[in-house]
Ligand binder design. Structure first.
Ligand SMILES: [Zn+2]
Length: 237
């Protein structure tokens, strides 16, 4: 269901059938996106030639923005970015937090969402879904969602003050310490909203430092991965 392709980019094979769609989750071998690369570098890494990017100053909120054009400065403060414009690549950066890509193949619109525990509790994923429905006429049952690589319940120990904000079905107690399963919490939000198709990478960034960057495992001194989606420019297939 997932395949590592060019430049170490992880792709959802089901989306290969959408020739209009550019997408991918970078891995460590793709490069470090902590410093903002140029649109050209991003387009090259993700096979999205001719596209400009629209990314965010991520603030662990439930805010979304719609990108009607690319931008490379004055990035808005938000944690989900949506577009239906050909030639615009939307993306989020993560290193343990959960990147989620949402695709509406019927209306050809997409979203990239950044969800740590705060964003998950705040409902940033349902917020992005509402933004697609209200902005693009998306039907929730048409949406295909991919939950990307993130820190897993194996490694994501949190304090009780965090654990108590997530449903107890997403918290595992081990040696009297709580561990949170963020990907499953997000999956439940997607199911609850009525999203038609959901795929989860289920690889832990903290367990596999050869493949991913991990803020937790590398004690904050690490790079960033990029998850992107976009509608290819018209005429480029
Ligand atoms: Zn792990």
């Amino acid at each position: 269901m997932f395949r590592i392709g060019n430049r170490g980019v992880l792709r959802y094979t089901v989306w290969d059938e959408h020739a209009w769609l550019a997408h991918g989750f970078s891995t460590r071998s793709t490069g470090d996106f902590l410093d903002w690369p140029s649109d050209r570098e991003i387009a090259g890494a993700f096979g999205a030639d001719g596209c400009g990017t629209a990314m965010l100053r991520q603030v662990h909120s439930r805010a979304f923005v719609r990108a009607d054009r690319p931008w490379s400065q004055n990035r808005p403060s938000a944690d989900a970015v949506l577009t239906d414009r050909p030639g615009v690549i939307v993306g989020v950066r993560t290193a343990d937090c959960v990147p989620v890509l949402l695709v509406d193949p019927r209306n050809r619109s997409v979203a990239a969402v950044h969800a740590g525990w705060r964003g998950t509790v705040a409902g940033v994923v349902p917020s992005a879904l509402e933004g697609m429905v209200s902005g693009y006429g998306t039907r929730l049952a048409d949406i295909e969602a991919v939950v990307g690589p993130a820190i897993g319940v194996c490694c994501y120990e949190v304090g009780e003050e965090v654990a108590c904000q997530l449903g107890e079905e997403f918290v595992e107690q081990r040696d009297a310490r709580p561990y949170v399963d963020l990907a499953s919490a997000i999956e439940a939000q997607l199911v609850e909203a009525g999203v038609g198709r959901i795929a989860i990478v289920r690889e832990c960034t903290s367990c596999d430092l050869g493949k991913y960057f991990s803020h937790r495992a590398e004690r904050g001194n690490t790079g960033r991965m990029l998850a992107v989606a976009g509608v290819r420019p018209q005429g480029v297939l």
